[in-house]
Design a protein around this ligand. Structure first.
Ligand SMILES: [Zn+2]
Length: 72
């Protein structure tokens, strides 16, 4: 495997996703980090997953308005 490979899973870039861009990130095996070629986002798998969830949450709810959060 030379240079950049795609990760085992194709994670989309949370940062780009916020801007309506659906981009797969690349994986740096040495650093164990995912990175985006477009927006300079770099993060561990954990970070990516977490941010992706946030992005999805926000994106999905962008049409709605929240005054408060109900987690129960
Ligand atoms: Zn990006």
């Amino acid at each position: 495997m030379a240079q950049s490979t795609k990760g085992r899973l194709n994670y989309r870039c949370p940062s780009c996703f916020m801007r309506d861009l659906d981009l797969d990130m690349f994986y740096d095996e040495e650093k164990k980090e995912y990175y985006c070629l477009r927006c300079q986002y770099v993060g561990s798998e954990e970070d990516v997953l977490q941010k992706n969830q946030m992005a999805r949450f926000r994106y999905k709810d962008m049409l709605k308005r929240f005054d408060r959060f109900d987690f129960d």
